[in-house]
Design a protein around this ligand. Sequence first.
Ligand code: HEM
Length: 443
Amino acid sequence: MSVMETTTSRFGDMPGDAGPPVIGYTKQFVDGTLTTSRDRFERDGPVTWLKAMGRSWVMAMGPDACGEVLQNRDRAFDSGPGWGLLIGRFFRRGLMLLDGAEHHSHRRLMQEAFTSHRLAGYLEPLNETVTAGLAAWPRDGALDFYPTVKQLTLDVATRTFMGEQTGVEADRLNRAFVDCVRAGTAFVRFPVPGLRWSRGLHGRAVLEDYLRPRIARKRAGDGTDLFSALCHTEVEGERFTDADVLNHMIFLLMAAHDTSTITLTTMAYHLAKHPEWQDRARAESEALGTDAVAYDDLERLEVLDQVMKESLRLVVPVPGLSRYTSKDTTLQGYPVPAGTYIATNLYSVHRYHEWWPDPDRFDPGRFSPQRREDKVHRYAFMPFGNGVHKCIGMYFGGMEIKAVMHQLLLKYRLEVPDGYTMPLDWTSLPRPSDRLPLTLHRL
Ligand code: HEM
């Protein structure tokens, strides 16, 4: 039973409802049903309120409302307390959890680790890790793509971020990341042994114990990995403290790892399902005439770029961005009081008929120079967010995804059975609940 509280809510005449007593819409919030629902938008429009996880939330839906929150012209929508509620215990003081002047100065310092010169430097170890990783895949036959590529992106992160091969440590670190990320949408939000929250806290401790003893060595050395870059970066006399380096590394490893894994998984699924696009992307990679892509080659992989964008549109790796109002403000004309949690729904930006023709269809050509359907609205396509918190790793992520896909397409043909549809679990970040079983054929 849904309890309509529109008239008694703290949001004036904003549409919305509390949902069932006590739990409200917590289940739908956590399992992702709300993220992917079009009905609420059709019923309530771009701004709606609901109750979930013991609090009222205002949902921003569609490009206008989401763009307004992320642009944050009134400086009312804070990221730190917004994300802090969900993942603060596990990713405290990561860049996305800072606001205002502090965020600005940390972002300026971190930007030094993402210059094109630095990116080009990360590409060589990245390519080597991909080559070694793919060499261990079966020549022909069945492969659960999602966990396999997740292992590969973790190996890439540990090599290019930390300058180290993790070997046996990889499994332990992988579990620690997964536990931290999944703890964010735990039902029980205090430590009970064996449950998500408790596993998340343990995961954070594992990551800290792994990184902390390595900071002094990185400061003293002249490594070209991202960890070393964070230890050495200096702008106008400002530098990161040891605690900053630790917090940023843990956040960066998480931010880079799951998002790239999800994008590669969606791309592999659609390329297997649409052999004509797979052939086009492979032909483009073959035309480069190189086993491993060079930095200057990246922009020549245009078909792969369109496939990547379409995959990011269809399965947006971070489907909801969280904010918290630091003062009374408005959203699309509705008053929103200070102290309100806001969920910015990127799925609604990418999948609604109002902005995208045939929105559920895989059609990479919509991003071709002739069509550019993403130009329909300034905020119609935002897989990397917008405004001051826009993804700092956007180019790194694109580089990694293309480097992996280039090598993969040159080595393998990917297949799925006719009629197969990848089942998605939208809890925390989206992933295939069946691990995406693919058939590989060595070329
Ligand atoms: C396909 C890959 C990726 C996607 C879809 C993605 C998505 C996003 C989104 C949506 C945000 C904005 C969050 C918000 O406004 O609340 C964000 C922020 C961020 N991302 Fe990414 N990301 C990806 C890859 C990466 C990579 C590879 C890195 C690091 C190497 C990274 C590091 C970050 C950081 C540090 C922030 C916070 C920026 C800030 O607050 O100033 N991301 N990302």
